[in-house]
Design a protein around this ligand. Sequence first.
Ligand SMILES: Cc1ncc(C[n+]2csc(CCOP(=O)(O)OP(=O)(O)O)c2C)c(N)n1
Ligand SMILES: [Mg+2]
Length: 605
Amino acid sequence: MTPSPSATARQKAKPTAADASIAARERPTPAGVNAPGFGSDVVAEALRFLNIPYIALTPGASYRGLHDSIVNYLGNSGPQMLLCVHEEAAVAIAHGYAKVTGKAMAVAVHSNVGLQHASMAMFNAWCDRMPVLVLGATGPVDAVKRRPWIDWIHTARDQGALVRGYTKWDDQPASPAAAREALLRATWIADTAPMGPVYVNLDAEMQETKLAEPLPAIEANRYMPPITPGAPENLVRQAAVMLRSAKQVVILAGRASRSVEAWDARVALAEALGASVVTDLKIGASFPTDHPLHAGAPRDVTPDTVPALRGADLIVSLDWVDLAGALRPLGPSPAAEIIQVSLDHRIHNGWSMDYQALPPVDLFISADPDLVVPELLKAIGAEARARGGEGARAAAADRAPAGFTNEHIARSLRHALGDRPTTLTHLPLSWEDRWWTFRHPLDFLGSDGGGGVGGGPGISVGAALALKNSGRLPVAICGDGDYLMGVTALWTAVHYKIPLLFVIANNRSFYNDELHQERMARMRGRPVENKWIGQRMTDPEIDLAAMARAQGAQGFGPIDNAADLAAALPQAIAAVDAGAVAVVDVRVEPTYTATMTAAMTRAKS
Ligand SMILES: Cc1ncc(C[n+]2csc(CCOP(=O)(O)OP(=O)(O)O)c2C)c(N)n1
Ligand SMILES: [Mg+2]
């Protein structure tokens, strides 16, 4: 018998192998459904074509059709559902997964309210240029088919408008065939650099209507041709001429993939040029931080790196997040020539200004830096000058710091982990790059992207999901505010057996804003001692370890001194090695690093 076209398509698209212990969760009774019968079956099948292993979701009736299709048509495999307690966590988990894999995972959110919950996490992923395929639902769009009340409040004329300012593309397909095409296009767009979240809104009626006839099979890959955004040869040649004649080059090593080859090429380029390299704690590791050419990785302030920039006659930005901001100390017309290698301009839009100020640029190469660097290396090969050693940085001093601060967390963790491959999935706001050495692109995944506090826990769970069985220990160091806002992401990690260590830098405050109040007080000549009001989470203090235990994770602490921290961390790491999610509540002093405090509280505006 000739199989039906859609059956052929299904045989071609086997479920992507998920981790065995995750795959063992939530197995459905086989429904014996072998061919798509409803619109939502076609949508589910498209997710399988796309080889998307997981769909993180918080359920809702608006996509009950799709929910049924994933469970009873796909057998909850390829993709498998990851139940989340909050939509913000669902998107953050996909964001963290993309930070490691560079690929979009799927998320499903309920109409209107689910998308509203999801929106901050979508903004974080957008600013971080990370792909996420968000599926939503609405309707029935045909008003005569709506149930009274609930279907009306959960239908909107243009739901995509809620998130259009910070998604690359959105659609509301009106038929199963259009929905399949929308999913292919959405994932293709999301995964193409510059990457970002996309949103596809599925009409409830379209999902639930019986298929009139089977859809013809399609070869998904032919509809998603890979795009290779390399540099035109003439621009590489021009850049090579500038690099050869420069006396001192500074490379701003910005957004990059997690590829080891691309990392090695960046190191080789810097070494060939004797260039100082600046990195950025807002984004994933892009250069070895203990390399003699590494000149620092400031977060919001640049005192470390300004001298390097002032001494340069050529500055090369490899997709630096805020090039104009980095050049600001050099005045409106920097003497140095500037090369910018970036694709980011392709997604700048009229709503979001996350593109930053317009930088002066002498040579713009509109291409993926990971592809351009090896070409530059080839082009300057003959003239390579090894001047390694310039700008050498002192290693982190291993002296005991004063008080009890985030530096103690860094120091204690370093001791507890030794040389063990570790991925820092998140860092608190107060952090010095000297406290930790990055030697591999997976050593640090960068920040939340959009400054949306509460992203840390979910992003870390998603990263840990992608790192499961990799031999790397995922470690999230989160502020207490960040942890409290995103804490229910932990339940998903516990439930699906995704091991992960959280260390909470618990200053019992939204301390960042205390420094802003301090600055206001200084600017206005008012009492600085009032800065804590409306900021401190004390009286009662919140038991963060208990919030972990309440969700089945292991909670350690509260810990308020270095000796207890040194004793607790090996136990917490052992728990993670045994498969647990562990949370260590470290009650640090409400204070920031001296550099951050000075920069944030100076009286001049
Ligand atoms: C969703 C959201 N709400 C408020 C803010 C403003 N904000 C910026 S940093 C910060 C404090 C975060 O507290 P915590 O994670 O404990 O870090 P700390 O500054 O105390 O180290 C706040 C509230 C924000 N960025 N995002
Ligand atoms: Mg805090």
